[in-house]
Write a protein of this length. Structure first.
Lengths: 282, 116, 544
C-alpha cells in the first residue's frame, strides 16, 4: 500500500473499519468490523452524531442498531484521533431504507468530525466511468443526473426525471441505453416498459437490454479497444490506453453520428433569440 | 498470432477506482496478461477480444449495418415525444459528452447510473 | 473584413482617450485599412477593447463541485435555451460552462484567466475550459503547497525547484503559477493554518510561508512566465490580516507579483466585532511599490457561493454560517472548500468588505495596477461587474448605497471620505488594458494594429450599469458574437499556455517522488497538447 510522508508505514499506519450487515470477505482485510442491523444505518449515524456532541444516548437505542456502546465509543475515539479520516460509502447505504437521508446523515457526521480532525466522505462508485458522467453533466447542465431538457434547457428533479421512475410510470416513449444493462438490473415494470417502447442499445456485448431492444449497435469496449478519458471516483481524470483492435466503432463515434443524423432534421425548437438578462439577486 | 506488445500504465475502467498502473500484454486481438490488476480487473481485461463475436448492428432482430442502425436510431429518437438517454457508466467521457449533446438536441431526458 | 466607424475609442494601451477613430479588422486582427466587407456605424457610441478577467474561477473541480451543491440557484436563475448552433445552459452563482461563455461575452469580456488549478485537476480543467465558448482562456496551476517543491525550497535546492516548477507548468499546460495561502494549505493536512510569514509551516523543520513566497516569485521571474506569481496571501478574510499582507508584500520586493483579491486581505481590528477597513494603509504601501499589480476581489451584496483552495478558511466559514459545506481534498498539495454565502448590508463584516473592495479600487492611484474582479464567485458573480463600474463612476450612487449600511460602520471605513469618480478611460484600463498587460497578453486589451479584434461597442448612457451590462455589439476575433444583448455566434475560444524548458534529468528526478506522493502514474499525468482547444503558446522571457 502507498507509503507517504504522513503515513510512512503504509497499511500499518492506517485503520480500516468495516460496517456491514453481514460478515463478508472484506472483514479479513479490516481492523474493526461493526455489524449493523439491516435498515438501521440512519439510526446508527444519528446516534454517533449525538455521542460526538456528548448528548445523552440510551443503551437501548444503541442496541437497536446491533452495536454496543463500547463499539460506538471506540469508533468515535478512533475517528477523532485519526490524522485524516474518510468515510467510503456505497449502495448498501444509499439504496436501503432511508436512501439519500442515510447519505446526508453520513456527510453531516463527516462535516461534524472536522471539529476534531480532518474528515471527508466519498461515495464508492460501482461502475467504471459513472463519475465521468456525473462530472460532465454538472459542467454542461449544472446537475449531476435526473435531468430533462424538455423546455430547451436543463432542469433537475430526481424522482421525476430519474430513469427508474420515468420507466415505471411509463413516461418515456423511446429509450437510448449506452454503457449500461438496465434490462438485467432494473425493477420488472421498468424492464417491461423498455420492451414496449423502441429501445436503442449501444454495447460491446449483446446484453439483456439488447434482447428486448429494437436497435442494438455493437461498439468497441471503452479503455480496452476504444481510447478516451475516464474519471476516477475522486473526480480525477485518467487517459485510457486501448490494447486491442476492435472491428467495431467506438461509442463516441456512433453517438456523434446519431447526433449528426438528428441535426439534419428540422429543429424542434426552431430558432429564437437569446437575450442576456439581468438575473434576479435576492 | 502476432507478437505480444506490452502496454505500461494502462487504465482499468472496471470499477470506480480506475487504477492506472496496469501492465497489459496484448497480441492486438486479445489481452493475455494484466499485471497488477485485481481479480475483477483481470477478468475485465481478459474477457474482451478483437473477434467479431456479435453482428455490427441489429434492428428488429435482423442483422444490419451500423449506418442503417444509426439512421433508424436517429429517426426513433427524433420522433419520440419524451426520449430518454440513460447509462453512460461503461463508456468514455468523450462518448458521454456526445450523449449530453444528444439529450440536449432532442429536448429529452438525461440520466446515469447515479440515479439508481 | 470589418470596419467600425465613428465611435469614441477608449484604448488606454495606445493612449487614445475618447477620440473618434475608425477600426479595421481582417482575419481576426486589427489592420490599418480594409477594402470592402461589413461596416458597423458606431457614431455616438463608446468603444472599448474586449474585457479581460485576470482572476476568476470558471472551470475545474471546485466550481464543478459548487454547481452540484447549488441546484436551488440553477432553478431560479437565467436559463439559456438551446438552438441549432448553441448549447443550452444555466447562469447564476456557478454557471455551466456554455453559459459562462455567453455571460462573459454578454458583458463584453473576451479573455478570462482561471486562477486556481490543482496539479491533478489540470486535465479536468482543460476539458471544461474547452466547453466555454466565445472567450479565450488561460489557467494557473497551484504550486505553493506542493510537497516536492516545498521540500526543495526548504533544502535550498532552488535550481532543482526551478526545473520541477517548469515541468509542472509545462505538463499541466498552464499559463502560470498560482500560490494560495503558501504553507497554510499544507498545514491544513494537520488541521492547522499558516497565518504569519515567519512561523515554521506544520510538517517542516525550518520552512516558512515567507520562504515560499519569496522563492516562488523569484523562480517565476527566472523562468520568465508572461504573468508573474499570482498570489493569494496567507490569513485571508481574518480581522487584523493587514499585517500579514504588508509582510507578504515586503517579501516580494525585487520581484514581479500579482496579488489576488486584496479586498480579503485589508482588514484591521482584533475580531469580527472590531473589524475595520485598512484599505488606506494597504493602498499607501501598494502605491509606493510598482513591482506589484492586484485585482480588487470586490464584494457585492446578495447570494453567491464561495470556493477557494484555502481549506481552513472555508471550514471557519462553514462554522460561522452553519450552511452547506463541501471540502475537496486533492492529494499531495491542495484541496478546496465550498460554502454558499449571502453578503448582507446589515452584517457589519459584510458591510466592511463591500467598502474595502471599492476603497482599494479608488485609493490605488494607478489604474494600470488594480483591476476589476470579484474573485468570481467568491465576492459576487462575474456578471455583476457592471454594478461595480457604476459604483466607481458615480459618487452619488455610492453615497446612496452607503446610506443602507449600519451607522456603526462609518468610523470603520474610509469610503465616505472618497470623492474620486472613475472616467471611461480609467474603466477601460481596469477592465481590459491593465489586466491584459498584467497577464503579459500583448494581443489583448488594446485596439492597436496586429492585436486581436476583440471590440465592445456600448451605447453611451447615463445609467452606466445598464450601459456596461448591455453592450450594443461585442466582437470577438472580428466576429460579431453579441448584438443588442442577443447572442449571435458562439465560436470556440483558444487557450493561452506556456511551455517552459526544463533540464533533461528533471523527469528522472521527479518520477519516483511523483509516484510516491500521487496515486496517478507519472507517465499518465502530462496533459497532451491535443487535449487543449486551439493552444496558443506564449513566449517565456526571463526577468532580470
Amino acid at each position: 500500500m502507498q507509503k507517504s510522508k504522513h503515513l510512512p508505514a503504509g497499511r500499518k499506519d492506517r485503520t480500516m473499519v468495516l460496517v456491514d450487515i453481514r460478515e463478508t470477505k472484506s472483514v479479513k482485510a479490516s481492523d474493526v468490523f461493526l455489524q449493523v442491523r439491516p435498515g438501521k444505518d440512519f439510526e446508527l449515524i444519528t446516534l454517533l452524531r449525538a455521542m460526538l456532541r456528548e448528548q445523552k444516548v440510551t443503551d437501548d437505542q444503541i442496541a437497536e442498531t446491533g452495536l454496543t456502546r463500547e463499539q460506538c465509543v471506540d469508533f468515535l475515539d478512533r475517528a477523532k484521533a485519526a490524522k485524516f479520516g474518510v468515510f467510503f460509502f456505497g449502495m448498501g447505504l444509499s439504496m436501503t431504507r432511508g436512501k439519500h437521508m442515510n447519505s446526508a446523515a453520513l456527510l453531516t457526521l463527516a462535516a461534524e468530525l472536522n471539529a476534531f480532525t480532518k474528515f471527508v466522505a466519498m461515495p464508492m462508485r460501482g461502475h467504471g466511468n459513472v463519475t465521468g458522467a456525473d462530472v460532465i453533466m454538472r459542467w454542461q447542465t449544472g446537475y449531476p443526473f435526473g435531468i430533462t431538457f424538455n423546455r430547451g434547457y436543463p432542469r433537475y428533479n430526481p424522482g421525476e426525471f430519474s430513469t427508474v421512475d420515468v420507466l415505471v410510470r411509463g413516461d418515456t416513449d423511446c429509450a437510448f441505453i449506452i454503457g449500461a444493462d438496465p434490462g438485467a438490473t432494473m425493477p420488472q415494470p421498468a424492464i417491461d416498459h423498455m420492451a414496449k417502447v423502441p429501445t436503442i442499445v449501444l454495447d460491446p456485448h449483446v446484453t439483456h437490454t439488447s434482447k428486448l431492444a429494437k436497435v442494438h449497435i455493437t461498439t468497441a469496449p471503452a479503455g480496452i479497444a476504444a481510447p478516451g478519458t475516464a474519471y476516477r471516483m475522486d473526480e480525477i481524470p485518467l487517459p485510457l490506453k486501448p490494447a486491442i483492435d476492435s472491428p467495431y466503432p467506438s461509442d463516441e463515434e456512433v453517438v456523434r453520428r446519431i447526433n449528426e443524423a438528428v441535426a439534419q432534421k428540422a429543429d424542434w425548437l426552431g430558432t429564437r433569440p437569446q437575450s442576456i438578462q439581468h438575473q434576479p439577486i435576492s | 498470432m502476432s507478437e505480444l506488445k506490452i502496454i505500461n500504465n494502462a487504465t482499468c475502467t472496471f470499477c470506480g477506482c480506475v487504477c492506472d498502473d496496469i501492465q497489459l500484454h496484448s497480441d492486438g486481438n486479445r489481452i493475455h496478461k494484466a499485471v497488477k490488476a485485481c481479480v475483477l480487473g483481470k477478468a475485465w481485461f481478459l474477457n474482451h477480444t478483437g473477434d467479431k463475436k456479435y453482428p455490427d448492428a441489429i434492428v428488429d432482430g435482423k442483422e444490419t449495418s451500423v449506418e442503417e442502425a444509426i439512421q433508424v436510431s436517429a429517426d426513433l429518437l427524433y420522433d419520440a415525444d419524451m426520449p430518454l438517454v440513460y447509462g453512460m457508466s461503461n463508456t468514455t467521457c468523450e462518448a458521454q459528452k456526445e450523449c449530453v449533446a444528444l439529450a440536449d438536441q432532442l429536448c429529452g431526458l438525461l440520466d446515469s447510473h447515479t440515479s439508481l | 473584413m470589418l470596419r467600425v466607424t465613428g465611435g469614441k475609442v477608449f484604448d488606454p494601451a495606445n493612449g487614445i482617450n475618447g477620440e473618434v477613430r475608425d477600426l479595421c479588422v481582417d482575419q481576426g486582427r486589427f489592420v490599418g485599412s480594409v477594402d470592402g466587407g461589413k461596416t458597423i456605424d458606431a457614431t455616438g457610441m463608446v468603444i472599448f477593447p474586449g474585457g479581460v478577467d485576470v482572476h476568476t474561477h470558471v472551470a475545474g473541480g471546485s466550481i464543478n463541485f459548487a454547481r452540484a451543491m447549488t441546484p436551488e440557484d440553477h432553478r431560479r436563475t437565467q436559463a439559456f435555451i438551446r438552438t441549432k448552433t448553441r448549447r443550452s445552459g444555466i447562469g447564476g452563482m456557478a454557471p455551466t460552462t456554455f453559459a459562462t461563455g455567453y455571460l462573459y461575452a454578454g458583458m463584453g469580456f473576451t479573455t478570462v484567466n482561471e486562477a486556481a488549478v490543482p496539479v491533478l485537476s489540470a486535465r479536468h480543467t482543460h476539458e471544461e475550459l474547452s466547453d466555454i465558448p466565445i472567450v479565450d482562456k488561460s489557467s494557473l496551476v497551484l504550486m505553493a503547497n506542493n510537497e516536492i517543491l516545498l521540500d526543495l525550497i526548504e533544502k535550498g535546492e532552488l535550481e532543482r525547484a526551478k526545473q520541477v516548477l517548469a515541468w509542472y507548468v509545462s505538463s499541466a499546460k498552464a499559463y502560470g503559477v498560482k500560490a494560495v495561502n503558501p504553507g497554510g494549505v499544507a498545514a491544513w493536512k494537520y488541521g492547522n493554518d499558516a497565518k504569519t510569514l515567519t512561523e515554521t509551516i506544520s510538517g517542516y523543520k525550518t520552512l516558512t510561508p515567507g520562504n515560499v513566497v519569496t522563492n516562488l516569485a523569484k523562480l517565476v521571474d527566472e523562468l520568465g512566465f508572461p504573468h508573474p506569481i499570482h498570489l493569494h496571501c496567507n490569513n485571508l478574510g481574518a480581522p487584523g490580516n493587514i499585517s500579514t499582507t504588508i509582510e507578504t508584500m515586503k517579501h516580494l520586493e525585487g520581484h514581479r507579483a500579482h496579488l489576488a483579491h486584496l479586498q480579503y486581505h485589508a482588514y484591521g481590528g482584533d475580531d469580527w466585532t472590531t473589524m475595520r477597513s485598512e484599505a488606506a494603509q494597504l493602498a499607501e504601501y501598494f502605491n509606493a511599490h510598482p513591482n506589484m499589480t492586484t485585482d480588487a476581489g470586490a464584494v457585492l451584496f446578495g447570494d453567491t457561493v464561495t470556493i477557494t483552495a484555502d481549506g481552513p478558511w472555508q471550514h471557519l466559514l462553514y462554522k460561522l454560517t452553519g450552511r452547506k459545506w463541501g471540502n475537496l481534498d486533492v492529494e499531495n498539495e491542495t484541496g478546496c472548500g465550498i460554502v454558499p454565502y449571502t453578503y448582507k448590508p446589515s452584517n457589519l463584516v459584510n458591510a466592511v468588505q463591500w467598502a474595502v473592495g471599492l476603497e482599494l479600487l479608488l485609493l490605488i492611484d494607478d489604474p494600470w495596477r488594480v483591476f476589476l474582479s470579484t474573485d468570481h464567485p467568491n465576492g459576487a458573480c462575474f456578471w455583476r461587474y457592471p454594478e461595480i463600474v457604476k459604483l466607481l463612476m458615480c459618487a452619488d450612487f455610492r453615497n446612496e448605497c452607503m446610506r443602507k449600511l449600519p451607522v456603526s460602520i462609518m468610523n470603520k471605513i474610509t469610503l465616505p471620505e472618497i470623492t474620486r469618480e472613475y472616467t471611461l478611460y480609467e474603466i477601460a484600463t481596469i477592465m481590459s488594458a491593465g489586466p491584459a498587460r498584467a497577464l503579459g497578453l500583448k494581443q489583448k486589451g488594446n485596439l492597436g494594429i496586429g492585436a486581436d479584434a476583440d471590440i465592445v461597442i456600448y451605447n453611451q448612457e447615463d445609467d452606466v450599469e445598464h450601459m456596461f451590462g448591455h453592450p450594443r455589439y461585442v466582437i470577438k476575433g472580428g466576429e460579431v458574437v453579441i448584438e443588442e444583448g442577443e447572442i449571435r455566434e458562439t465560436p470556440d475560444g483558444r487557450e493561452f499556455i506556456v511551455q517552459p524548458k526544463y533540464e533533461s534529468d528533471t523527469e528522472a528526478f521527479l518520477q519516483p517522488l511523483f509516484e510516491e506522493l500521487y496515486t496517478m502514474q507519472f507517465e499518465n499525468y502530462p496533459v497532451e497538447m491535443e487535449r487543449i482547444e486551439h493552444p496558443d503558446i506564449q513566449e517565456c522571457v526571463p526577468v532580470e
